[in-house]
Design a protein around this ligand. Structure first.
Ligand code: ZN
Length: 238
């Protein structure tokens, strides 16, 4: 059980002693919209007069208005969108032990992300027709999803890093003479000779390895290209 939630049925009088409407576990049995019990999305927080909707990740304060707050939350736009989209794709996380804890399984994290996307769509009045394809997108292979997101994020940079690393690779690794010279430079710098990694365009996340290797080889690369540096750069790297 998540440390921030009270286990169902436990004493809450000591937590809620300062509020007018005290928590009642019977509220969770109440069946709301779509025959869904409040239990499926609501957890009592270890905070006076507050519980949490695990679908919206929203703290609900019932201290002064009681159960009404929970009933009302079910008609909240973001909440409805989250319930609707989850109903299409998987069981509700509230039914299991889904929490806001950081130690979530991959399945829970995917679920969590779906909820957030739905909440975002509802909150910003975006077309709800978006929610289904977006949620399906999240269903896809996570690595591809991350890769696609990273690619989209880097579009404004015009592929500068990819281009640069590809040019360095071609320049050195495709010509045996250059390759040999580059190994020799590394040897002179007391380094174990390593190659520049070829960037693979379809494996975007591999760019991290490519960049790390370039960074590792920065000293021999400076030596290798020293003769063609501008006078200012030569002074800088002398
Ligand atoms: Zn909610």
């Amino acid at each position: 059980m998540d440390a921030q939630f009270v286990e169902e049925g436990a004493q809450v009088a000591n937590i809620d002693n300062t509020v007018k409407n005290k928590w009642r576990w019977a509220w969770l049995d109440e069946v709301g919209e779509g025959g869904r019990p409040i239990r499926s999305w609501c957890k009592k927080l270890k905070v006076a007069g507050a519980c949490m909707c695990v679908l919206c990740h929203k703290k609900l304060v019932y201290g002064s208005n009681g159960k009404k707050v929970l009933i009302r939350h079910q008609s909240d736009g973001a909440h409805r969108a989250a319930v609707r989209s989850l109903a299409h794709t998987s069981s509700l996380p509230g039914a299991s032990a889904a929490t806001t804890e950081t130690q979530l399984s991959m399945a829970d994290r995917v679920c969590d992300l779906k909820i957030r996307v739905c909440g975002f769509i509802a909150e910003h009045d975006l077309s709800l027709t978006l929610s289904q394809p977006l949620v399906e997108l999240i269903n896809g292979d996570t690595v591809h999803m991350v890769s696609n997101a990273a690619k989209a994020l880097l579009v404004p940079f015009g592929g500068y890093v990819e281009d640069f690393s590809r040019k360095v690779y071609c320049d050195i690794e495709k010509f045996p003479k250059q390759k040999e010279l580059f190994s020799e430079i590394q040897g002179l710098l007391h380094m174990e000779p390593k190659s520049v990694i070829r960037p693979i365009s379809t494996r975007f996340l591999q760019m991290l390895d490519v960049c790390n290797r370039l960074q590792e080889l920065i000293d021999p690369l400076i030596v290798h290209y020293y003769s063609i540096l501008s006078p200012a750069d030569k002074r800088k790297y002398r």
